[in-house]
Design a protein around this ligand. Structure first.
Ligand code: UDX
Length: 453
């Protein structure tokens, strides 16, 4: 099929690369000319494992442009994957979505076109996009308004494993108010739903993956599924962090508690990793949006609000722990391992490390940090944060009063912790993700701290 993707961020680019890999003709549109030029040269503007290789493999099916008039008229399916940053009062700012809908309306071809909301958009956005496109068509006096329909097809991809999650999803959700609209998307996704495509050698199909369940719903249900999923995952993490606080008081081990409850199939072991809490572009934004939407209907969401509160408390606990240990933070050298909001990405949005660095600076500490891939982005995006970037974890530890492991990059587990400890002013490590071997660190003379238990 002919596909257009508007927006070349994580979601748009991953979706475009995967659909092109499945054999569709994909045109990616972005207003940012330098980004389009870089993509045309085969450069990916952010770090995402396997994306560059997949784009290269699918190159003959892909094109990049800044112009709607090149991509839209031919397209049978148009994915809108533009940014929806948090606006005033927690509700998403929809100006890019609005611009995309107008741009599509200007250029729509004569055949049936399905416009798909792929970005996480507030409930009711499907109908809104439809009315914006219709308005544009009417204003221009061109095109047949019956020739398009809007669908919602939320993504559930995690940064760092975006390609894997897109090619081997747990489910595909399609929301549409007319069966014909949904059918177009079934056709598009058929190879993925049946898992009939030849898997890339670098991302083999996991054994457990059979046919992928398709959830076919109305527009509003699909839109709510996305928010409800992200809010649930957020509160699962906040729940284990809340239990972690009690675990610490009663002398329990939170990792064992998480395993002990997670093996109950009704609960599940995933997203029960205690630590400094969630960050990234989705959980904070989507929980705020859910609360804002509920507010429009005079509803409160106390459970979701509590998850947010517990999450922000986890950041504060890092500072409290360090203060309890060191007594005075002013003038101390604190090392931070990991800047990205999680491993395998260079994304810094709502990254706990940034908030922790900020709080430490406010208390007069000197902060040195390292990250395997996110330092360049940090330099570009956060020059305001006075943090010294170091070439290695060893460099971070040298003369430090304490080191905080904030992002659990695998290489940090395998460091020569014995040598690191010897080079520190005081060998204190705060393992804010529970990934280090506490006994080994104790043997190496470290004072090991966790955030709980
Ligand atoms: C998330 C959702 O998982 C994805 O389905 C959605 O479409 C976009 O948002 P992402 O933000 O890329 O994906 O990362 P994810 O792996 O979900 O992690 C989010 C945050 O939660 C990270 O900061 C991570 O460190 C934290 N986390 C995750 C925990 O603290 N504990 C866990 O057990 C799992």
């Amino acid at each position: 099929m002919n596909v257009a993707i508007i927006g070349t961020g994580y979601v748009g680019l991953t979706t475009g690369a995967c659909l092109a890999f499945l054999g569709h003709k994909v045109s990616c549109v972005d207003a940012d000319a330098s980004k389009i030029a870089a993509l045309s040269r085969g450069e990916v503007p952010f770090y995402e494992p396997h994306l560059e290789t997949l784009l290269d493999d699918a190159r003959r099916n892909l094109s990049f442009t800044t112009s709607y008039s090149e991509a839209i008229p031919e397209a049978q399916v148009i994915f809108i994957a533009v940014g929806t940053p948090t606006g005033n009062g927690g509700a998403p700012d929809l100006r890019y979505l609005q611009a995309a809908a107008h741009g599509v309306g200007e250029q729509l071809g004569p055949h049936l076109t399905v416009i798909v909301n792929k970005s996480t958009v507030p409930i009711g956005s499907g109908n809104w996009v439809e009315s914006l496109v219709r308005e544009t068509l009417q204003r221009n006096g061109s095109g047949d308004p019956k020739c398009f329909a809007v669908a919602s097809n939320p993504e559930f991809l995690r940064e760092g494993s975006a390609i894997h999650d897109t090619l081997y999803p747990d489910r595909v959700v399609v929301g549409a108010d007319q069966p014909k609209t949904a059918e177009v998307l079934y056709t598009l996704y058929r190879p993925l739903l049946d898992q009939t495509f030849a898997a890339p050698t670098y991302l083999p199909r996991p054994d457990r993956v059979g046919a992928v369940p398709l959830i076919s719903t109305d527009l509003a249900s699909a839109e709510l599924i996305k928010y409800a999923a992200n809010a649930f995952l957020s509160l699962k993490i906040s729940y284990i962090n809340e239990i972690g606080q009690l675990a610490e008081r009663v002398g329990a081990d939170i990792s064992q508690v998480a395993r002990g409850i997670g093996l109950d199939a009704r609960i599940g072991t995933r997203f029960l990793q205690a630590g400094v809490g969630w960050g990234g572009s989705c959980f904070g934004k989507d929980t705020a949006a859910l609360i804002a939407t509920a507010g429009e209907y005079k509803l409160q969401m106390p459970i979701v609000a509590a998850a947010r509160e517990v999450n922000s408390r986890q950041r504060e606990r890092v500072i409290e722990k360090l203060q309890t240990e060191l007594k005075i933070l002013k003038g101390r050298n604190i090392g931070i391992l990991g800047l990205a909001f999680k491993p395998d990405t260079d994304d810094l949005r709502e990254a706990p490390a940034l908030e922790i660095a900020q709080k430490l600076k406010e208390r007069g500490a000197r902060v040195r940090a390292h990250d395997p891939v996110a330092m360049e982005r940090f330099r570009r995006e956060r020059p305001d944060l006075d943090v010294t970037l170091c070439v290695s974890a060893e460099d971070v530890a040298r003369d430090a009063d304490a080191v905080v492991l904030v992002t659990e990059w695998s290489q940090y587990r395998d460091l020569d912790w014995e040598a690191l400890g010897a080079s520190m002013r005081s060998p204190i490590v705060l393992d804010a993700r529970y990934v280090l071997d506490r006994d080994r660190l104790a043997r190496a003379g470290f004072r090991y701290l966790g955030l709980a238990g």
